[in-house]
Design a protein around this ligand. Structure first.
Ligand code: COA
Length: 373
């Protein structure tokens, strides 16, 4: 029986950051302008006035202090309020592929592998910049990898679902060296004009190499088991899609063409779902709370992670047991738990056990139980 292992990870971090103060200043300038320009309609009760955002609210509601983005200037321009990215010719590498290459190269170096060894590329992300050809196939070509490649999307759980898919293929023998990349350009699907959510997301790309443990060239994490689950919900939704132009009125600038959520409901419904999911996964594998050295959780909200950590361990986890990166990166969708894993796993000793867990739209939840090899 082949045991799959994570043999390398990499993180591409964009150069530009936006602090909460910068974000709030830009939003408030936009809101003020909106209210002046629409004063009559607001007065007549036809439009709602925009309320200001606040740095204190953002930090206390989410734990987020800043986010990395692919373009800061557009987001902070009250006349624009979204990233502005350079158009690219079809012959040029796409933006997602470019981000993925950087993270992939780091992951391959850590694994002691070259692109020639890779025979499976999965681009697992919340959004893909075009319908086809698959971004993963472009990455395969740019890297010079062999085998086959495909895209998949399970929103915030894309990375863990991708790891499960790759680990299963390594076990089955249909792949020998898998590369999973998670390029998340969340800034492009976030509605920066909505104060309820404008602080939530950031951009990043993560990568992981998965191989049979016996082929590992250096330090690695055995994948003991994976567990994925889904349960339909409309509480996190984005209605943008290829049928858009076929439906009257859908080409307008509409709020539902960007990320939408019922944050409170998500909080209330996802927490028990995730806590139960992790508890069941651990019970199935005979892993007790005391056996778990580390939890690398999805990075959406600090209070959510505090709650899950307490539930899973039965006590308040020490900060190093459950590392958060969301204060620096914000919510980077599927990449969050992999950033935490990549940055905070080196110190684990052979035999130490940890759990990667992501959760989000769908609803979806994926967990990966790993053991330092
Ligand atoms: N600045 C100031 N006030 C704000 C604000 C902002 N930027 N955004 C919202 N508010 C106000 C609201 O209007 C509300 O006012 P009210 O009480 O007068 O109605 C109040 O602050 C509380 O808003 P609420 O949305 O209930 O805050 P919250 O405590 O639920 O925090 C989230 C918001 C989004 C941080 C939180 O709900 C969350 O993290 N949910 C889960 C997110 C998640 O995991 N999503 C998955 C995404 S992939």
């Amino acid at each position: 029986m082949i045991t799959p292992a994570i043999t390398g990870t990499g993180v591409f971090t964009p150069r530009e950051t936006i602090t909460n103060d910068e974000l709030v200043e830009a939003f408030n300038a936009y809101a003020e302008k909106f209210n002046i320009e629409n004063a009559e309609a607001i007065e007549a009760g036809e439009l709602e006035a925009k309320s200001p955002s606040s740095t204190e609210f953002i930090l206390s509601a989410s734990g987020i202090e800043q986010r990395y983005v692919m373009d800061k200037s557009g987001v902070l321009d009250p006349e624009v309020m979204h990233p502005v990215l350079r158009p690219r010719a079809d012959e040029e590498p796409g933006l997602m592929a470019e981000m993925a290459l950087s993270a992939a190269r780091d992951a391959l170096v850590q694994a002691g592998r070259t692109a020639k060894d890779v025979d499976l590329v999965i681009c697992a992300a919340s959004n893909h910049e075009r319908a086809y050809p698959a971004i993963a196939i472009e990455i395969q070509e740019l890297l010079g990898a062999g085998g086959f490649a495909f895209d998949m999307n399970v929103a915030c759980s894309s990375a863990t679902f991708g790891i499960q898919a790759a680990a299963d293929m390594i076990r089955a023998g249909s792949a020998k060296c898998a590369l999973i990349v998670n390029p998340e350009i969340c800034s492009a699907h976030l509605e920066w004009r909505d104060r309820d959510c404008h602080f939530i997301f950031g951009d990043v790309c993560t990568a992981a190499v998965i191989e049979p443990a016996e082929a590992a060239q250096g330090a690695h994490f055995l994948i003991r088991s994976t567990r994925c689950a889904t349960q339909f919900s409309n509480n996190i939704r984005n209605n943008n899609g290829f049928l858009r132009r076929t439906r009257p009125g859908q080409m307008e600038d509409r709020r539902d063409m960007q990320f939408m959520q019922e944050g409170r409901k998500v909080f209330k419904e996802v927490l028990p779902l995730v806590s139960r999911h992790i508890a069941d996964h651990m019970a199935e594998e005979g892993v007790a709370a005391d056996d778990l050295r580390r939890l690398w959780l999805h990075q959406a909200n600090k209070s959510m992670n505090d709650f899950i950590g307490r539930k899973v361990l039965g006590r308040v986890p020490a900060p190093e047991e459950q590392p958060n990166i969301l204060q620096d990166y914000a919510n980077t969708s599927s990449a969050g738990s992999i950033i935490a894993f990549s940055k905070y796993s080196d110190d684990l000793k052979p035999g130490d056990t940890g759990l990667i867990c992501s959760f989000g739209a769908g609803y979806s939840v994926g967990s990966v139980l790993v053991e330092r090899g």
